[in-house]
Ligand binder design. Structure first.
Ligand code: AQP
Length: 329
């Protein structure tokens, strides 16, 4: 039997190239070797103050983005989390084998709660729901960016504690972390590329050329032009994006030449930025085109229904076993 891989993404805005290179590109590649279950995690989105009118269209739109990036509903199960309410039931049960102390140590909770006036219990419980998402499908691998690795360690601990108390049931899920697992913001290379930091801190996969050009042109670099100088975080980020985009869209030789120029202290950053811009566009434009075609074909609702039905049949089996083990019903 093939291994099961699970991952999810929040419908809290547009997909950015950090999400793409850090996670979604791997999701697509893994379809060749595993049974993949991919989910738009709309229950998770409720942990921030999201407009109810926006949530449904945003979830649908994220599903389209994922398909445009190569998630193939023929090969993978693609669905919205809220169409499979077993996620929430398992989350409650797993919450009862999760320690308050462990949850209090989650750095994402500390970071996100610091910037909010109202801190919900949902935000605190976020990693437990994430553990439920994964364990419901008894997934053994979870392709994620680096920011999710701590949550994955907690998922493993939760699986261990459940298995220890109620008997072996869940595999301990391993993070699958590839290249591009932590892409930094071009406007502030000290923080990761993210939507919540603001427009200038991310490049959207569906963004238009001119807007991408503007953001790349204004990327933070340094004074440069010193042979053998250490690369600043900003220049490193530009090279990292160039490397990743070139491995998708071709152009590795140009990257090598630019690196040699940097080493020699002769690199003009305007040339590096032009190359980064061109490389990003080469990756995102075909995705944008596919997305437009998928949207015109009006297939997403049926695909999500079908995905939810397949997910639910696995989820029901797991929940029934869990209820039996813990003595419910
Ligand atoms: N900068 C990043 N570099 C590499 N991978 C990243 N991921 C997120 N940011 C980067 C990975 O993308 C997947 C989906 O993440 P998510 O649903 O948790 O989205 P997010 O983290 O909410 O995305 P943002 O933009 O960072 O949102 P905010 O600002 O709201 O926190 C995950 O695998 C994640 O690791």
């Amino acid at each position: 039997m093939r291994n099961t891989v699970f991952s999810g993404i929040q419908p809290t805005g547009t997909l950015h190239i950090g999400n793409y290179f850090g996670a979604v590109r791997q999701w697509a590649a893994l379809q060749a070797e595993a049974q993949c279950v991919y989910c738009v995690v709309d229950y998770h989105a409720l942990t921030i103050d999201i407009d109810p009118q926006m949530l449904r269209p945003a979830s649908r739109s994220m599903a389209l983005d994922l398909m445009a990036c190569g998630i193939d509903p023929e090969r993978s199960i693609l669905f919205l989390q809220s169409m499979v309410p077993e996620h929430v039931e398992l989350s409650w049960i797993l919450g009862c084998v999760t320690s308050f102390g462990d949850l209090s140590r989650m750095t994402q909770f500390k970071d996100k709660s610091a910037s909010q006036e109202f801190v919900s219990a949902g935000l605190f419980m976020y990693p437990v729901l994430q553990a439920a998402d994964i364990l419901l499908y008894r997934a053994s691998g979870v392709p994620v960016g680096e920011d999710q690795v701590q949550h994955l360690e907690l998922s493993r601990r939760i699986a261990r504690r459940f298995n220890g108390r109620y008997g072996e049931l869940f595999p301990e899920p391993e993070p699958i972390v590839g290249r591009g697992a932590r892409i930094m913001s071009l406007a502030n290379p000290g923080i990761k590329m993210s939507k919540s930091a603001g427009e200038q801190h991310y490049i959207g996969v569906m963004e238009d050329r001119e807007s991408i050009r503007g953001k790349v042109r204004s990327a933070v670099t340094d004074m440069g032009l010193t042979p053998g100088a250490e690369m600043s975080e900003g220049v490193r980020t530009l090279f990292e994006i160039l490397d990743l985009a070139a491995s998708d869209g071709g152009g590795e030789d140009d990257v090598r030449a630019l690196k040699e120029e940097f080493e020699a202290g002769t690199l003009m950053y305007s040339r590096l930025k032009d190359a980064v811009f061109e490389a990003i566009v080469k990756v995102v434009e075909p995705i944008q085109q596919r997305r437009a075609e998928l949207e015109a074909a009006n297939v997403v609702d049926d695909i999500l229904e079908e995905g939810a039905a397949r997910a639910r049949s696995i989820a029901r089996e797991t929940i029934s076993e869990v209820r039996d083990r813990v003595g419910l019903g």
